[in-house]
Design a protein around this ligand. Sequence first.
Ligand code: DC
Length: 207
Amino acid sequence: MIITIDGTTSSGKGTLAKRLAKHYGLPHLDTGLLYRAVAKAALTAGVDLKDEDGCARLAAGVELGAFHELELRSSGVGAAASVVASLPAVRRALFELQRNFAQHKGGALLDGRDIGTVIAPDADVKLWVDAAVEERARRRFLELSSMGEKVTEAGVLEQLKERDARDAARTDAPMKPAEDAVWIDTTRMTPDECMAKAIEVIETRRR
Ligand code: DC
């Protein structure tokens, strides 16, 4: 079984993806980490985030194991990831790796922005996870504060709006729900409720 989870930043898709992968015993790839790793590598090497060839070369050699997850989760790296993710050559360089992961023999679960539309269009179950932007900003603010980042909720809200707009407006593989995706709005849901809803959707699809 291939499950795809796409959606906006801080919608709860990451938590849901981890829990669902564990529940169904599926290997899980958080594809956002790939773009974050490319961005982090570019920032470290002094490669301009708009240098398509330079960033694509970094993407071709990307190794998630070379990074601590926490360093990839910062807001600065997230914003930079959104910029490198708009470069078609970077997306091309990361395509095979994601496509191969989706073709694991026993199935796989991938989360990102274009998984149900581009990476695994034939997936068995596709979820689109979203929440009101103010609620997402509140969650992200708490998360970044707990990581020690000095941020304000208003600042995070602005960044999220900017990131959503960039991710949805890019011409190559924009963030968007697949036509056959089931929507989950987590604005008023706890992680447990979100999990229960997703399992209900998956079980219905399997029958
Ligand atoms: O999910 P995330 O916040 O870790 O993703 C970081 C950035 O990477 C996000 O702004 C958009 C980009 N991304 C993408 O373009 N396609 C994906 N499949 C996953 C992430």
